[in-house]
Ligand binder design. Structure first.
Ligand SMILES: [Zn+2]
Length: 68
């Protein structure tokens, strides 16, 4: 039993480390895709990044021209 544990524990630790690395990577990927998600302009229908948008009355527009 002791020998088995000595063999199994490093393997389990490695699997755990790989799992942690992998899940961290996939979480980063998900965060990135969320940040790059596009929204649709409420006026002209153009898709754009929310960071570049203009918020007006709870709606989001692609430019100040559309927000008028
Ligand atoms: Zn627009």
């Amino acid at each position: 039993m002791g020998v088995l544990l000595r063999v199994l524990l490093p393997i389990l630790a490695l699997i755990y480390l790989f799992y942690k690395l992998f899940s961290r990577k996939s979480k980063k990927k998900a965060d990135k895709s969320n940040a790059e998600e596009l929204v649709k302009c409420d006026n002209c229908g153009v898709y754009f990044s929310p960071q570049n948008g203009v918020k007006e009355n709870g709606k989001i527009y692609c430019s100040e021209e559309c927000a008028k």
